[in-house]
Design a protein around this ligand. Structure first.
Ligand code: ADP
Length: 500
């Protein structure tokens, strides 16, 4: 039994491999970017062969850097960009088209057609998702419709479909295993999250042959063994989960009512809703968190489109700050934002507002306004937007959420975290390692292999870096939130104004 766990973290722009020791320290990291392909306006593709070769290269690199061999590795866990769609030939092992990336909008028309046909409620009930081109189903249909002869070949069982973890597992096991884990399957918009199986009605509407789909399995378990040639010996793959769900697991949000927020370029919030799917009244997505030990946990998911991106905007466009981290010093130099509210709706507003036409605004500017106030108000806007999602989740869950686990680059900003604790009246925990996505994959793999005996082992090894407690009166909180909501209303009103 090896002393380390290897995680493969296949992201949207780069592949990473992190090797962890028993207490969750990263002992080695390999990382490489891969090509982004933009064949048309709004289209995004990756070369699936490059995804595989890059991922294998960083795995070798991480082993080499730490002078480890396959014998030192207990098991492999995989986490990945979700929804990205790959179709390949079972015989040759080669993709028949580039991977269509989650960001790709080419199938927006198909999504609209599905909505026009009145399938929204059915798809929502079965998959937990709101019909969108983002999810795999319409992308898979596009490949079958547009690559010559693809549908016939697929029907004859000659083609296979997979999201990225499925593809990596199939390649790494030499084609022995064609599997997807529940958390990734739940993002395809053709997987029934209640029955844990592909949905024949949706498959038939989109004319997708079931025979090409991988077998859905829990996130911790037997995903096969790597072929000998990869590492000079076989290694078991025992964990897989989509990136956001892996992060929820990595933050040890194992119980109902536990929530994590990843403050990256955008901000992803996931709430563990326990053994039952909860359907949102605010347009949040219902998804599978993970399958583990014969149980399935569900989650509510919401995202803020612009989080760290607003700080990048201050840095790169407005040139108010030189480094993202300096925003904290700027914000702390002034006692408040002097009445300024920033609504960074650069690309519209998501949940709970859902207004794609909204655009950003800086309100309440006075003669006394300084850049420190604008920087501070921008950080505050991140907390306000996250709070709107937390409140929507509380409504759906039917009770108050008391604790929030945070990760992602902008979670290192202490001003922002304190502001979040104040605005949301919530206790915040930031762990020492904010690489929760990779850690989640390592934990899943380790639990399945017996490296970790139980989730209690994991809770024990999670070290806290810093905690934040709410420190303002409720009256002040409500006043600040009311002001934010009035600013959002102004932005929403302008979105209605065609002349603007
Ligand atoms: P992603 O994985 O989405 O690329 P990261 O988790 O690496 O994002 O976080 C990077 C984002 O966080 C950037 O948008 C950056 O501007 C922002 N960021 C990083 N450090 C800080 C900080 N100390 N304060 C505020 N924002 C920060």
């Amino acid at each position: 039994m090896g002393e380390y766990i290897m995680t493969l973290d296949e992201g949207t722009t780069s592949a990473r491999c992190i090797i962890y020791d028993r207490v969750g320290n990263a002992v080695s990291v390999g990382q490489r970017e891969f090509k982004q392909i933009f064949p048309n306006d709004g289209w995004v593709e990756h070369d699936a062969m490059e995804i595989y070769s890059t991922q294998m290269a960083v795995a070798q690199e991480a082993l080499l850097k730490a002078s480890l061999t396959y014998r030192d590795i207990d098991s492999i866990g995989i986490t990945n960009q979700r929804e990205t769609t790959i179709v390949w030939d079972k015989e040759t092992g080669r993709p028949i088209y580039n991977a269509i990336v989650w960001q790709c909008r080419r199938t927006a028309d198909t999504a609209e057609w599905l909505r026009d046909q009145g399938y929204s409620d059915m798809i929502r009930e079965k998959t937990g998702l709101i019909i969108d081109a983002y999810f795999s189903a319409t992308k898979l249909k596009w490949i079958l419709d547009n690559v010559k002869g693809a549908r016939e070949k697929a029907k004859r069982g000659e083609l296979l479909f997979g999201t990225v973890e499925t593809w990596l597992i199939w390649k790494m096991t030499g084609g022995a295993k064609h599997l997807t884990d529940y958390s990734n399957a739940a993002r395809t918009m053709m997987f029934n999250i209640n029955t844990l199986d592909w949905d024949d009605e949706i498959l038939s509407i989109l004319d997708i042959p079931r025979v090409m789909l991988p077998k859905p399995v829990p996130c911790a378990g037997d995903f096969g063994e790597t072929i000998f040639e990869l590492f000079g010996g076989k290694l078991p793959i025992t964990g897989a989960a989509g990136d956001q769900q892996a992060a929820l697991f990595g933050e040890a949000c194992f119980n109902e009512g536990e929530i994590k927020s990843t403050y990256g370029t955008g901000n992803f919030l996931l709430l563990n809703t326990g053994n039952k799917p909860v359907y949102s009244s605010s347009g949040l997505l219902t998804t599978i968190a993970w399958g583990l030990n014969g149980e399935v946990k569900y989650a509510l998911e919401g995202s803020v489109f612009v989080c760290g991106a607003a700080i990048q905007w201050l840095r790169d466009n407005l040139q108010m700050i030189k480094k993202s981290s300096i925003s904290e010093n700027f914000a702390s130099k002034v006692p408040d934002s002097d009445g300024v509210v920033v609504v960074p709706a650069f690309t519209g507003l998501g949940a709970p507002y859902w207004e794609p036409d909204a655009r950003g605004a800086i309100l309440g500017i006075k003669r006394s306004t300084k850049k420190e106030h604008i920087v501070r108000a921008t950080l505050e806007s991140i907390a306000f937007q996250s709070d709107d999602l937390i409140k929507a989740m509380e409504k759906d869950l039917g009770r108050k959420i008391t604790d929030l686990k945070v990760d992602g680059g902008a979670s290192l900003n202490n001003f922002l975290m304190q502001n979040q604790a104040d605005i949301s009246d919530i206790h915040i925990v930031r762990h020492k390692s904010i690489e929760s996505t990779s850690l989640g994959a390592a934990y899943l793999a380790g639990l399945a292999s017996g490296y970790y005996k139980s989730i209690e082992d994991i809770i024990e090894i999670k070290d806290i870096d810093k905690e934040f407690y709410p420190a303002i009166e409720d009256e002040e909180r409500q006043r600040a939130k009311a002001k934010w909501h009035r600013a959002v209303e102004a932005v929403l009103a302008l979105a209605e104004d065609e002349e603007f």
